[in-house]
Write a protein that binds this ligand. Structure first.
Ligand SMILES: [Mg+2]
Length: 277
């Protein structure tokens, strides 16, 4: 399966387990979403969390830990400040119990649960669930495709810049938001549409299934990308840093694309906007 690392994890068995577990986690989110009975708590700055984030974080951590006690864990709600040092770890489960908490708290159904197994920043297995939209995605390093509700998915076939639907988002580190503004200044006049949908996990899954063509972000966390990046790779897409460098899940800046347009976007991003008149 993997020549250099003894995973000691049967990926097929793990996937089947997680596909069931993530549906149960989704039921917890649905209960809160439908009832509207939760309070938002500040995480400092402009970010928030709710009881639903915490309950699902605890639920997933407890269950996956008991199933895979030999593994390491990184969850959004329990991550230590030194989590970037986890990039050298193997058999690391990275979990976001609720990505798109602002959408969730405003009764917008675009949010997701993300579970990824990572070795040294390279995803091995990913399961993503959008409970209200009822979209269940998975991908695995030893398979050639990514799947949505049991069917293989492909990134878009868009090859004309004028038809591009791009999605970006804005980090909780407010200084990094200006980086996105600078990127958009170089791209915005060349493409069809710019969206901001509010859940990196769900948005990146949307790139994998062809709903959008390009995704740009300047302040991602490993729990945003551990699972969703493997969906994109296995659906035929491409991910690099916005400068074209090698990317892994501990990189904060990302350019993800349907592969066809990747070089074109990199070329636009590399231009000095002041010289474009
Ligand atoms: Mg979250």
């Amino acid at each position: 399966m993997n020549s250099s690392i003894d995973l000691a994890i049967d990926l097929d068995e793990a996937r089947e387990y997680l596909l069931k577990l993530i549906l149960k986690a989704g039921d917890i989110l649905k209960k809160y979403f439908i009832s509207g009975k939760f309070t938002s708590i500040s995480k400092g700055g402009v970010d928030i969390l709710t009881q639903a984030d915490k309950e699902v974080d605890t639920f997933l951590l407890k269950n996956i830990k008991s199933k895979f006690p030999q593994c390491s864990f990184l969850t959004e709600e329990t991550a230590p400040g030194n989590y970037p040092s986890f990039k050298e770890k193997d058999n690391l489960w990275i979990i976001d119990p609720l990505d798109g908490t602002i959408n969730f708290s405003r009764h917008n159904p675009h949010f997701a649960i993300s579970i990824g197994l990572v070795n040294k920043g390279i995803p091995q297995l990913s399961v993503v669930y959008l409970p209200i939209e009822d979209k269940l995605y998975w991908a695995q390093i030893d398979q050639n495709e990514a799947f949505l509700n049991g069917k293989a998915i492909k990134v878009s076939a868009t090859n004309d810049l004028k038809e591009v639907v791009l999605c970006c988002d804005w980090g909780w580190n407010l200084e990094t938001r200006l980086t996105v503004v600078r990127w958009l200044k170089k791209i915005n006049a060349s493409i069809r549409q710019i969206k901001c949908m509010g859940s990196a996990v769900a948005d990146l899954a949307s790139l994998a299934d062809g709903s959008i063509d390009i995704y740009l972000h300047s302040n991602l966390k490993p729990w945003d990308t551990a699972a969703s990046s493997l969906l994109i790779e296995k659906a035929g897409g491409k991910i690099t840093t916005p400068k074209g460098g090698k990317w892994n899940v501990f990189n904060q800046e990302m350019l993800a694309s349907n592969k066809i347009l990747h070089t074109t976007i990199l070329d636009l991003l590399s231009k000095n906007v002041e010289n474009q008149g």
